[in-house]
Structures are given as C-alpha cells and as structure tokens.
Design a protein around this ligand. Structure first.
Ligand SMILES: C[S@@+](CC[C@H](N)C(=O)[O-])C[C@H]1O[C@@H](n2cnc3c(N)ncnc32)[C@H](O)[C@@H]1O
Length: 405
C-alpha cells in the first residue's frame, strides 16, 4: 500500500494528487493509503482527514453516483464552486467579486431522471452508480422532493408493467403544482392492456400526466408550473430549473439585472422562467429553439392577468443568432444558453448597442469565454452570483449582469 496526498479536486469531485492520481471521496489536504489501478486509488483508507470532511447525510451516498460531494461541508463546497468560476474568468483576464452563494436545501430537487429495468425476479429503479453504468436503488434519496420520493413504488410499478426484458427505461419526473409529471422513454410499445394498467397507476398516484415514449397516455390534471403570475403547462420532459429555490434566486437575479428596462429580449427562453416574471414590468420577446416550449409560454401568458405584451420566436440561436440590428430594439437582454454557451449570439450582442445583459449559465468555462467576448466589446461584469441548485454535485450555476460603460 502507498500513501497519497490530495492537492485539489477534479471536475467530477474526486481528489487528485500532484502526480495526477485520482483519489475518490478524498478532499484537499487529506492523506489516503491504498493501491492504484488505472491512475485511481482503490480500497483507500484515510490517514489524515480534512477539517472540511463531514459524514455524508444519505445512506446511498457510497454507491450512488447522484451526489459527488456529500463528504465535504457546505462551506467547503461553496468556496470550491466560487473558485471554479473565479478561475474560469481569470483565465480570460476577467476579475470578479463573487457575491454570496445560494445553496438549495436537501429534499428540494424537483426534477429527476431515474432509470429502471427488470431483474430476474423483480424490478429495479434507481440512479447510476459512481463512475459506472450499474443501477443503484435509492428509495431514501435525500436530494429529491418528498413528492417525488413518495412515488418511488409507483415508478417501480411502471417498470414492472412496461420495461421490456432487456431494455432499460428512463423515467423523467417533474414535481408540478398539480402532481407529478412523469415522462417514460424506452418503454414497451403501448397496447390496450398496458394503457389500462398505466391509467390505473396514474389515478392511484394522482400523477398530473404520464407520457409514454412521447405520447401522453393519462393524466389527472394539467401539469402546471408557475412562472410569476402565469401558469404554464410545459411539454413533457421539458427543461425546468432544478429546484424552486434555485429558480427563485435566478429569477430575482435576472429581474435585478434588467432593472426598469421597458423592452427585454429573453434568449434561450424555454417555457418562460424569466420572460413571464419580467413581463410584470417590461414587454418581452422570448426566443427559443423548441416551438412546443414557446407554445406553452404563449398560452400561459394569454391566460395570465396583469402582464405586459410577450411575443415569441422559434429560432436556432446557434445557427441564426438574433443580429445586432434586431437587438437594438431592446433595452436589455437576458441570455441563458445550454452548456455549450452562446458564442454566436454573444458576437451579435458585442456588435449591438445593447447596454445591459443578464446572463445565466450552467457552465463556467463557456460562460467565461462568452464573458470575454462581451468584455472586449466594452461590457464590464457588474456583479456575479453563484446559485447552487445542484447541491452535493459538481455542477455550478451562475447569474451575472454585464453593463456597457
Ligand atoms: C438552460 S435552458 C434555459 C431555459 C429557460 N431560460 C429557463 O430558465 O427555463 C436552455 C434552453 O435553450 C434551448 N436551446 C438549446 N439549444 C438551442 C438553440 N440552438 N437555439 C435556441 N434555443 C436552444 C433549450 O431548449 C432550453 O430551453
């Protein structure tokens, strides 16, 4: 056995020594004794423990890959996530004073993708294990909301009814205002008997909707989500911010970013997480690649009272970004791209006369690249917040405002 000293954490949360050996579940400053296999320490035993080490709160933590950092204190994780953002920006020559981090509480993740398969005698529903594709049952998971976890047995029932002998089913679950919205992929083809059995599960569990291989098969009530004054029924499996607390912090940040702007463009708008609350004070043009999400947004807006005008536009913002001239019609932009960021759209923002940009990002690397494009065009990073809605994971979410001076 050899001893290894951990000097930093890797992007998946493993400890790493100065020679690049990975030490799972270890923290910087810790000394671990173990053997090495493929550059990873196996059968590690902690010799010197970090003051930041805590006892993991979940009994599934050791095997489950859903969380990566339960063995570290909240303060440690917050500092680590702040440091990731600061370093990414520094690599592009941008310095930033990071404001307080908002960390979502346990038991608050309101969307989850479980996997399920049949076993020889029964069924299994769970999450993938750490660095593996084996399923780990997680009936006492403390990440998801109680509503989601109380349906664990019903998810097993869906797998029992609808998983083929060999295939693995994906079960995406969203906790909506009106019950769980469950979207199953890779289930057996629907026939009359299966429809009847699925309908019974939906009734018993009062699921707001069950969608099976892309088809809505049953539902007890419209699957409503609330965005400000509007209620929206998202298309099955649509994007939703991971926790209600995280979403509230992001919405607060974006409303603060646009301030008293009269005309706002919301780029990568989804179903209206930011557009609809901002429409309480500004006219909003929402642009998004998936037309079904914009249909849901529009319908929610039409049915709400007291909102200013919201228009929508389906557009691929990677291939056909909103050009500088079009952007000049607005007082402020909100931009919330997926992980690859918004290089083409930020080039257009740079060329435009826009003075205010609220930026939300789930990827510090592409955020820093896009921030540099804005900085070179005269924008300054006015403020930046880290919003940790992916508690105990290595994901980092950012909200920021850029102002052109
Ligand atoms: C991080 S989500 C944000 C959604 C929304 N702002 C919210 O908070 O709910 C990114 C959004 O970008 C959309 N998207 C992904 N690629 C796109 C593209 N090339 N053009 C336009 N929209 C795209 C996705 O459908 C998704 O709704």
């Amino acid at each position: 056995m050899t001893q290894f000293e951990v000097v930093r954490l890797g992007h998946k949360g493993d400890g790493i020594t100065k020679d690049g050996v990975f030490v799972p579940h270890a923290l910087p400053g810790e000394v671990v004794e173990g053997d090495v296999e493929n550059d990873r320490v196996i059968h590690g035993r902690i010799i010197t423990s970090s003051p930041a080490r805590v006892t993991p709160a979940c009994r599934h933590y050791k095997a489950c890959g859903g969380c990566a950092l339960q063995h570290a204190s909240d303060e440690f994780v917050a500092d680590w996530k702040r440091e990731i953002v600061a370093t990414a920006l520094k690599n592009h020559g941008i310095s930033a004073g990071l404001e307080t981090i908002h960390t979502s509480p346990s038991c608050s993740r309101r969307r989850a993708v479980f996997h399920g398969r049949r076993t020889k005698k029964s069924v299994m529903v769970g999450l993938y294990g750490r660095a593996s594709d084996s399923l780990v049952p997680v009936p006492d998971c403390i990440l998801m909301t109680p509503e989601i976890m109380s349906a664990y047995g019903a998810l097993e029932r869906l797998v029992q009814l609808g998983a083929s002998r060999r295939g693995e089913m994906n079960l995406a679950v969203i906790a909506t205002e009106t019950g769980l919205d469950v979207s199953v992929e890779n289930g057996k083809p629907l026939d009359m008997d299966l429809r009847i059995d699925l309908g019974q599960v939906v009734r018993e569990q009062r699921f707001s909707r069950l969608s099976w291989n892309g088809e809505d098969v049953a539902g007890e009530a419209p699957a409503y989500l609330r965005f400000g004054k509007a209620r929206v029924v998202p298309p099955a499996g649509a994007f939703l911010q991971a926790t209600a607390a995280g979403e509230a912090a992001l919405v607060r940040a974006m409303r603060r970013a646009v301030g008293d702007a009269h005309r706002v463009i919301d780029l990568f708008a989804g179903c209206g997480t930011f557009s609809l609350p901002c429409a309480e004070t500004a006219e909003v043009h929402a642009v998004e690649g998936v037309s079904e999400m914009l249909d849901a947004l529009s319908k929610g807006w039409r049915q709400a009272e007291g909102l200013k005008r919201v228009t929508v536009e389906t557009r691929d913002l990677f291939r056909q970004p909103i050009c500088a001239d079009e952007l000049n019609r607005f007082d402020a932009a909100i931009i919330d791209p997926p992980r690859p960021g918004a290089a083409a759209q930020c080039d257009e923002i740079a060329k435009s006369a826009l003075k205010t940009v609220g930026f939300v990002s789930c990827n510090p690397i592409t955020f820093a690249r896009d921030a540099k494009t804005l900085a070179e065009a005269g924008f300054v990073l006015d403020w930046i917040e880290v919003i940790d809605q992916f508690r105990w994971s290595t994901h980092v979410e950012i909200a920021a405002r850029f102002l052109r001076v």
